[in-house]
Design a binder for this molecule. Structure first.
Ligand code: ADP
Ligand code: MG
Length: 699
């Protein structure tokens, strides 16, 4: 029973926070804004970090260049002089050992908060500024000396993600009370053998450890336990999905391979060993009487398309239909052009189905798909969502996994006879991360580029170099090459962006290269026009192709040797890498010029630097992941996976592996978690995946 229980109100960790003594409606609202409704939510709301206030650094011993914690009394305040808001607000502090200053920019409000005589605990980076040691923009806390002061000083002190109106101190005091009263009541979810095997502390101890640890070791043990649980729930869900796939009856497609042979014979090159290997993996899956569920990973330019085309032909020869899906209409159109080129000569009828088609034409194509007159359909992910009917869908190829999540995969599985699924992604990610996001898929990797690729020279340039860049373009074109000029497309202002690209194309064509053919392509053009321009560019009739990001993925013109990216600072890193991958596809030396304007933010600076430094997709992905964080990088929200709250994909890879192994063992023995010893785990799992697993509710 809980010690803060009130009569007539719920008890235990499920208690709404607003029923907890001392939490009024206002505070409850503030907590709610943090997503904390119940006591249990709060218990799992782990601190961002801990400050070691057992070891406060004496001011005399502060070291420039480090983040340090110290404590002192305010002996002087200097707000920025009137009319000079750019001067920082600084205070002079004293402790037994000496003096230090702390300064904050844009912090005029501090005049109302800080006063001489207050004791502060500060944590922040120390710099030497005009001869004195200064804590720059430190976190600070006013020490009040109340009864619970032991929570805030002299220990490992938790620092929470705070919220408007809810400071560290009251939050910390509340958390202390909650942990004291409720941690012991949180139900254990792990089966005892798992806990023992993995040497994990009990859940109540883990919660105490992550909030108010007595030592670094207690903190680490607590964190390890919570991270393990979080990964286990994720991996269990994926393992369940996967075990359902492998138990389901699928389509066995093993034709002689005549179509694939004819495709091969028509190719102007031989497949790389990696392409051969991966295709064999796919063929084996397709031949098996279970649904294939495979991820095809390969850096831009590694030749995924041809492998996918061979899979499509395998399905077609076996008498089934194939669907090829891309996240955007433009990408779907790109794929359609590529696949049509490969499939048409083999007599496999293919069509494009997008929402921009006129109603009647759309209906006609849908009807042909349903009647089985079309072997292959290319479209957006909406192909699955909008309930397009196939006569005999055997294979679905999905490009750009990121935006095609667990739920959509499930929906696809639900389509008739469990078609095979091949997911393609150009984002190379470390194995542990792949396991998180694609734990329900088998993985094939194209780890070899076609021979003869030469590294692309990447440079960053500013506006002042525009003339020289144009001269360079001219020389390349004189040597027979072609050039891309790309403009960013920011969705909020599509018309403005479009105008910029249009103006640029006109300017280049009229004023800069009046003797050359300059083409313009953008998403608003009808498909036929886009296709015509693409064809002319491919045929070498256009020297410079100005475009919005429509050519981001999929365009393939080996003769193009320069990719000039305007406003490169506005693009994401993986997007830049994809764009760069459009050149360097022929035997010529190729270039990527990143043109930036204005002063760059720190993140943009790092993106550009990464591009200049490396062409390795793996390294690019790592930097991207570090810059954006896993949530955004993976688009976890779209992926349909539960968000990670505590675990850190970059740091906790080893724990992830352990959790994955345990999940495998558990699901192998009890695929739907019906055993009594898995009851608690099962409940937690259902809550975490919010119905996406739909475990049978009996048991
Ligand atoms: P991805 O989709 O993986 O970025 P693509 O499938 O677009 O790559 O292939 C990139 C380029 O390499 C295309 O021009 C393609 O024709 C070519 N290509 C693919 N496989 C080979 C190979 N084995 N040898 C030579 N060129 C290849
Ligand atoms: Mg591609």
């Amino acid at each position: 029973m809980s010690s803060v229980r009130q009569t007539g109100t719920p008890t235990g960790p499920g208690t709404p926070l607003r029923f907890v003594r001392g939490v009024g409606p206002r505070r409850a609202d503030q907590l709610e804004r943090k997503g904390l409704t119940t006591v249990e939510d709060a218990l799992f709301f782990v601190p961002l970090r801990h400050e070691d206030r057992t070891r406060l650094t004496p001011m005399r011993a502060l070291q420039p260049g480090q983040a340090q914690t110290c404590s002192g009394v305010i002996v002087g305040l200097s707000p920025p002089p009137r009319g000079r808001p750019r001067v920082p607000f600084s205070v002079l502090l004293r402790d037994a050992s000496g003096y230090a200053t702390a300064s904050w920019f844009n912090a005029g409000y501090l005049a109302r908060v800080l006063a001489r005589g207050q004791r502060l605990v500060l944590h922040g980076k120390v710099v030497r500024y005009r001869g004195t040691l200064t804590l720059q923009h430190p976190d600070y806390e006013i020490v009040e000396g109340g009864e619970d002061e032991h929570l805030h000083t002299g220990r490992l002190v938790p620092v929470y993600s705070s919220t408007e109106g809810l400071g560290q101190r009251p939050l910390r005091s509340l958390m202390w009370r909650l942990v004291e009263a409720y941690a012991k009541e949180v139900a254990e979810v792990l089966p005892e053998p798992v806990r023992r095997r993995r040497k994990l502390v009990a859940l109540p101890d883990a919660l105490r450890g992550v909030h108010f640890p007595e030592s670094d070791a207690a903190l680490a043990a607590g964190r390890r336990r919570l991270v393990f649980d979080e990964f286990l729930l994720l991996q269990l869900g994926l393992a369940i999905l996967r075990s359902r796939t492998t138990r389901a009856r699928g389509i066995a497609m093993s034709p002689r391979g005549a179509l694939v042979e004819r495709l091969r014979a028509a190719l102007p090159y031989t497949l790389t060993a990696a392409q051969e290997r991966v295709f064999q993996e796919i063929r084996r899956d397709m031949a098996a009487p279970f649904p294939m569920h495979r991820l095809l990973q390969g850096d831009v330019g590694s030749g995924k398309t041809i492998v996918a085309a061979m899979a499509v032909l395998t399905a077609v020869e076996a008498g089934y239909q194939a669907a090829v899906m891309a996240p955007t209409e433009i990408l779907a159109e790109q794929h359609f052009m590529t696949f049509r080129q490969l499939l048409d000569p083999l007599g496999a009828p293919i069509t494009l189905l997008t929402s921009s088609l006129a109603g009647r034409e759309r209906a006609r194509r849908r009807e042909a798909i349903a009647a089985g007159r079309l072997a292959c359909v290319v479209g957006t992910h909406a192909l699955v969502q909008e309930g397009v009917e196939f006569q005999r869908l055997g294979l679905a190829v999905v490009d750009e996994q990121h935006r095609f999540g667990v739920e959509q995969r499930a929906r696809l599985r639900g389509k008739g006879e469990h078609p095979d699924l091949l997911v393609m992604t150009a984002t190379p990610i470390p194995r542990t991360l792949a396991l998180t996001l694609y734990g329900d898929l088998d993985v094939s990797v194209l780890d070899e580029l076609p021979p003869g690729r030469r590294p692309i020279v990447t440079v960053a340039r500013t506006e002042s170099k525009r003339r020289q860049i144009y001269d360079f373009l001219r020389r390349e074109i004189a040597a027979g090459r072609q050039v891309y000029v790309v403009y960013p497309l920011v969705e909020e202002s599509e018309t403005v962006d479009l105008k910029a690209a249009t103006d640029m194309a006109r300017h280049l064509g009229r004023d800069v290269f009046p003797d050359l053919d300059v083409g313009l392509i953008h998403g608003r053009l009808p498909f036929d026009e886009k296709e015509a321009i693409m064809r002319r560019f491919k045929a070498g009739q256009i020297a410079i192709l100005v475009s919005t990001t429509v050519i981001e993925v999929g365009i393939d013109v080996p003769n193009a040797s320069v990719m000039l990216i305007e406003h490169a600072e506005r693009f994401g890193l993986s997007q830049l890498h994809q764009l760069r991958g459009r050149v360097g596809r022929g035997p010529w030396k190729s270039y990527c010029v990143l043109l930036t304007s204005g002063r760059l933010g720190e993140e943009a600076e790092r993106r550009i630097a990464a591009m200049v430094e490396t062409s390795d997709g793996f390294k690019i992905a790592e930097v991207d992941l570090a810059l954006r964080g896993p949530g955004e990088f993976f688009g976890t929200r779209q992926s349909g996976l539960p968000e990670l709250q505590i675990a850190d994909l970059l740091r906790d890879g080893a724990i992830l592996e352990e959790a994955r192994r345990e999940a495998g063992t558990i699901v192998a023995a009890d695929p739907e978690l019906k055993a009594p010893e898995h009851r608690a785990l099962r409940q937690r799992l259902l809550a975490r995946w919010r119905g996406k697993l739909a475990l049978a509710s009996a048991g």
